[in-house]
Design a protein around this ligand. Sequence first.
Ligand SMILES: NC(=O)c1ccc[n+]([C@@H]2O[C@H](COP(=O)([O-])OP(=O)(O)OC[C@H]3O[C@@H](n4cnc5c(N)ncnc54)[C@H](OP(=O)(O)O)[C@@H]3O)[C@@H](O)[C@H]2O)c1
Length: 332
Amino acid sequence: MKAVQYRTFGGPEVLEYIDVPAPVPGPHEVLIETTAIGVNFPDIRERLGVYNRSETHVGGVSLPQIGGLQVVGRVVGVGPDTDPTLLGRKVMALMSKGAYAQQAVARADMVITLDDGADDVAMARLPCQGVTAFLALQVSAVLQPGDSVLVHGAAGGVGSLAVQIAKALGAGIVIGTASNEERRGFVRNVGADFAIAYDGPDWPGRVLEFTGGRGADIILESIGGDVFEQNFECLALFGRHIIIGSTRGPGEPFAPRRLMAKAQSLAGIYLPTFFQRPDLIQRGLHFLANGVADGTIRANVGAVIPLSQAENAHRLLENRQVQGVVVLDPRA
Ligand SMILES: NC(=O)c1ccc[n+]([C@@H]2O[C@H](COP(=O)([O-])OP(=O)(O)OC[C@H]3O[C@@H](n4cnc5c(N)ncnc54)[C@H](OP(=O)(O)O)[C@@H]3O)[C@@H](O)[C@H]2O)c1
């Protein structure tokens, strides 16, 4: 089968489209013939070797690596002790690696079945970013109906889904941040009530203005740097500040006792940790699949690119040239 592998860490050019033997599913695993593969920001970080640096404290990648975290396809094999009725079913899967291939292995407990009529490309865009957004909002922030939500990086994959999931979970005002007016238009288009810039010192004032001076009940933080600190200028009493990433770097050290006065909470979320709670992963996957089916969640696929051109897909994402997500087509 064809797969995209890298033998060294580096730029998009280290991605090689090659022939490799098909993987074999182990106990409690399924083999999926892929029809659509979603590309994620962490795929790039893994390729760069960021997760292998001592200061990163997460993950780790063994070379050579076939990256990629999410696919849609059909189950063509099951390992020992795995539900045989999954054979032949169309599925959406989240995995820790191996997605950039014509056949991929997934844990059976991180797969959900889809209707045959489900849109493969739309669904393949969802698992990693959608489940991250869902868990951040529902499990970490415990979103209550009417809560106001500030989503940073709302034109990105996690962010644009978080805006929609927040609304679907009953949020009140949802505000998204993005770096330019075109991207802010996209943020409003996916359902945010307001979209603002976050590159100056004054944006927290706008969040206060939109929330009647209260601030946001929930902030999903994915930027880092100065933005992490600025968030506290517009986090409401009892507010929940959830760290999901740091596209701009980690920012300054933080003194936790400052959370006491406003009874605020600060939590982090790292999707692979939830692989130990497949029940929550499956809850997220079902929420997303149902949301797409009933129209409350739009997939916003930015581009579909042949698997053989994964290198270009990474370039597009790294140059921030896509709105929404890139999906790879393993059959093109
Ligand atoms: N915790 C977890 O388990 C988990 C899971 C998935 C993703 N993540 C993290 O969540 C963040 C967003 O991921 P994503 O998949 O949504 O990525 P994405 O689609 O590339 O979106 C990233 C967004 O961040 C903004 N951004 C700010 N500084 C940036 C920079 N230096 N480079 C690229 N984008 C930058 C961009 O928006 P503007 O151009 O509008 O500023 C972009 O919309 C990343 O930090 C990722 O590592 C975390």
